[in-house]
Design a protein around this ligand. Structure first.
Ligand SMILES: Cc1cc2nc3c(=O)[nH]c(=O)nc-3n(C[C@H](O)[C@H](O)[C@H](O)COP(=O)(O)O)c2cc1C
Length: 308
């Protein structure tokens, strides 16, 4: 078994966190990941504290530790979900994207460990200054929202040198090989989103799961126009990575024109990162965790591999 700060702190058998993914990682996915030995996170965007509590109850039903991930720019409009997270048994609270410092303080004051996702070295330095407990290095190849300035591996190397708190790696990790790579670099574990979007327990619509499974490594796009099209007012610095989309093909690069003359977006968006190309089929979360756990084999071999 691989042991790291992540596994020791949360009693895991695999150093993997399933990323908070609003609309995808409800309580059912989080519970399934936690039951399989990882740390399952519930992702939540806008809504009431009661709605979040219902998902957290499902996540906690197995008695295993779980976490919750919130969006800072939405908490600025309504912080009820933060109270629900603080009052819950969640072992890890993630607050990302937007001015998150006040929420870190509140959650830590209530005894929670707090993580945030960073997309640049400056982001990481700010997170260290704010005093987060865990830094999630998120490269631009990752799925969903974030920055698109640096890829996972260069950012991970830089942040590991700069950080005095545990670091998790996110963006593009979907296999035991990927997990082994970031552990070997010094990360305490991986924070995996896209690979879990196809889990049986994920709330992703079936067509979305099939589309992720069919996608290749180069079939995603990073853009802000999908948010303009669906009327979501994400802060400008955070675009989103999704499977290729006709609306993005048409409007990417013409954002001002689109804002001036909004056009309705017909087709649904499937948020996913480059790791979609590593995902072959929908399957239970436990199988995905088991695949990631094969990292141990690659790490064992790494010092003595002479056969190419
Ligand atoms: C469908 C989807 C929804 C996401 N929603 C959230 C979210 O609600 N909150 C959050 O902090 N991150 C969210 N993310 C980003 C993930 O936390 C994580 O950074 C990313 O999935 C890691 O890269 P990967 O997809 O290559 O594994 C989302 C990602 C995806 C794919």
């Amino acid at each position: 078994m691989i042991r790291t700060w992540l596994t020791n702190t949360f009693g895991l058998t695999v150093p993997v966190v399933s990323a908070p993914m609003a609309g995808v990682s409800g309580g059912a996915l989080a519970a399934a990941v936690s039951a399989a030995g990882g740390l399952g996170m519930v992702g939540f965007a806008a809504g009431t504290g009661e709605q979040l509590r219902a998902e957290l109850d499902i996540a906690g039903a197995s008695g295993k530790p779980y976490g919750v991930g919130l969006l800072a720019w939405l908490l600025a409009k309504n912080d009820e979900p933060l109270d629900a997270a603080i009052e819950s048994d969640a072992a890890l609270v993630s607050v990302s994207y937007g001015p998150y410092a006040p929420y870190v303080e509140r959650a830590q004051a209530a005894g929670k460990l707090v993580a945030t996702q960073v997309g640049t070295l400056d982001d990481a330095r700010a997170a260290l200054a704010i005093g987060v407990d865990v830094i999630v290095v998120r490269g631009g190849e990752g799925g969903g929202h974030g920055r698109n300035e640096v890829a996972t591996l260069p950012l991970l190397q830089a942040v590991l040198d700069a950080a005095d708190v545990p670091v998790l790696a996110a963006g593009g990790i979907a296999t035991g090989r990927g997990l082994a790579a970031v552990l070997a670099a010094g990360a305490a574990g991986a924070w995996v989103g896209t690979a879990f979007t196809v889990a049986t327990e994920a709330a992703t619509p079936d067509a979305g799961k099939q589309a992720v499974a069919a996608a290749g490594l180069a079939d995603t796009t990073y853009t802000t126009v999908l948010d303009i099209g669906r009327g979501a007012d994400w802060p400008a610095e955070f675009g989103g990575r999704a499977l290729r989309h006709p609306y993005a093909d048409k409007w990417h690069g013409r954002e001002d024109e689109l804002r001036a003359n909004p056009e309705p977006m017909e087709e649904p968006v499937t948020w996913a990162g480059q790791a979609a190309g590593l995902v072959a089929r929908p399957r239970p979360a436990a199988d995905i965790v088991a695949e990631l756990a094969t990292a141990e084999r690659y790490l064992g071999e790494v010092a003595n591999r002479t056969d190419g």
